[in-house]
Design a protein around this ligand. Sequence first.
Ligand code: FAD
Length: 496
Amino acid sequence: MRFFKYDAVVIGGGVLGCFAARNLSEYRMKVALLERERDLCAGITKANSAIVYAGYDNKPGSRKAELCASASRDMARLCRELSVPFVRCGSLMAAVGPQGEKTLARKYADGLANGVGPDGFGILSGAEARRLDPALSGRITAALYSETVGTLNPWALGLAAAENAAANGVDFFRGTEVVGIARTEDGYRIQTSGGAVFFAKAIINAAGIYSDKISELVCPAAFCIVPERADFMILDTRAGGFVNHIIFCESETKGKAVSIVPTVDGNILIGASAIAADGDRETLSTSKCGLDEIEKAAKEFLPGIPLDQKIRSFAGLRPNPYEVTQEGSVSDKSIHDFLIGEPAGFPGFVNFIGVKTPGLTCANEIGKYAAELVADRIGCTEKNPVFDPRRSAEPRFTDLDPEVQSRRISVDRLLGRIVCRCKKITEREIRNAIHGEVGATTFDGVKRRSGACMGRCQGGYCTQRILEILAEELEVSIDKIESDRKNAWCVREFEK
Ligand SMILES: Cc1cc2nc3c(=O)[nH]c(=O)nc-3n(C[C@H](O)[C@H](O)[C@H](O)COP(=O)(O)OP(=O)(O)OC[C@H]3O[C@@H](n4cnc5c(N)ncnc54)[C@H](O)[C@@H]3O)c2cc1C
C-alpha cells in the first residue's frame, strides 16, 4: 500500500477542481488533486454551453448572483493570465411574445440588482435586435442585450488552470478514484481504488455529478444529485459567421431555453435539451427527442440556420441538486443555487455540490473562496512566495504568419507535418499535447489540448496517426490507448 501526506486534497479534476487546486497553490501548502478518469476536464466540463454569463440570470441575493457578475467582469484578465482565448461577443436574449418579454423584463431588473450594466445592458425592440443580428426571425418582438456575455472553450480554461497549478507545485493523480474517507485526529484519510491512501488536513470535494456521493462518505446525506441529460450539436466553421452574438431563445412555452453560441473556434454550438436520465450518471448518449427539441428552437428564432452543416452531436449531464429530508427521502424541489461550503461539524471538508450553470463562469471565484476557507481552517495562510499565476501557451501554428511558419519549420521538421487536415494541426502540436505533468494520456485528451479531430471530418483522416503518435510517446501498444474513459479502448483486437 502506498501512503501520501498532503495539507489539502482536491477530489475531482473538472474545471472546479482545477481552479480549486490553482487557488490552493497560492498558499504555502502541499496540495494533491485526485481524478478518477485518465484525463482532466472529461466530465461536465467537456459538455456545456461554453458561455461566460454576465450575471443577470440569477436571483438577486443568491450565491450564484454574488459570484457571477464579478466573475464575468474578471474573465478577460483571467484568460489573459492563463493564455486562454476568450471572446466577449455579447448576447441577445430574444422573445417572440408576451411570456418571453415578461422574462426579459424580470432578467433586466435582476441584472441591475446584481450589478450588471446599466451600460451595454438593456431591452431592445425586435427591429433593433435584428440590426445587431440580421439572422434573427421577423417574429422576434424584443431582446435583452448584454455586451458583457462571452464565450470560451471550457476544457481549455480548466486545463490551463491545471497546468498552472502543476507549475506551482500541485501533484496530480489521474486514474485515482476516491472510494472511502474517514476522519482522523487532524483531518481525513482518503482511500482510493488503486489502494493508495492519502492523508489530508482538508478536502475539497469537486466530484461533479458524484459530489453528493463523496459527501456521503464523510457526513450524513443532505443533498442528492438527480442527473439530467443535455443534448448539444455543433455546426461546422462554414456556418460560423451566421450569428454575431450568443442568442438565447426565450420561448413562449415552458421548456429549457436553448442557446446558440458562436464559439471561439468559429463553430456554432446549439444546446441544450433537458432529458431525465433516470438516475444514470454515466451514459452520455444523445436522444432524438432532445436533438429535435433544440433544432426546433434554433429554427424558430433563426429560420435560416444552416443545420445541414451539423458535424457532431453530443450529450452532457446536469447535476441537479435536491434536498434529502431528515427521513432520508429526496424532496421533489430542486435547489437553484450553488451548494458550496463546509457541512456543519466537518471542518476542513468543503463541498461543491450541484454546481450547474454558471459554474464555468464562476470556477475561479468558487476556487478562491474554497482555498481561503481551507487556508484559514488548517492555519496555512502564508502565501506561496514562488507562486506565478501566469501560464504561457504557444499560438496555434496555423495562425502564425507564413514567414514565421517557414522559419520555424526549418528548425523543427515536425511543424511541417500536418496531422489534422481540417484544423491544420501539426505533428509537433500533437506531441506537445502529450508532454508535461498534466499532458494527454488518452485520445480525447489529445483532441482537447491540440484541437485535432474537431473539424469537419471529426477525425476521419487523422485518428490512426494520432493513435500511433500517442502509442510512441507513451511507449505502449496501440491497443492500450483509451478514448476518454477508463477501459474505453480505441482499438480492439477480436479473436477470429
Ligand atoms: C448542460 C450544461 C450546460 C452548461 N453551460 C454552462 C455555461 O454555458 N456557462 C457556465 O458558466 N456554466 C455552464 N454549465 C455549468 C458548468 O459546466 C459546470 O458548473 C462545471 O463544468 C462543473 O464542473 P465540475 O468540475 O464540478 O464537474 P466535472 O467537470 O464533472 O468534474 C468532476 C470530476 O470529478 C471526478 N470524480 C467523480 N467522482 C470521483 C471520485 N470518486 N474520485 C475522483 N474523482 C472523481 C469526475 O471524473 C470529474 O472529472 C453548464 C452545465 C451543464 C450540465
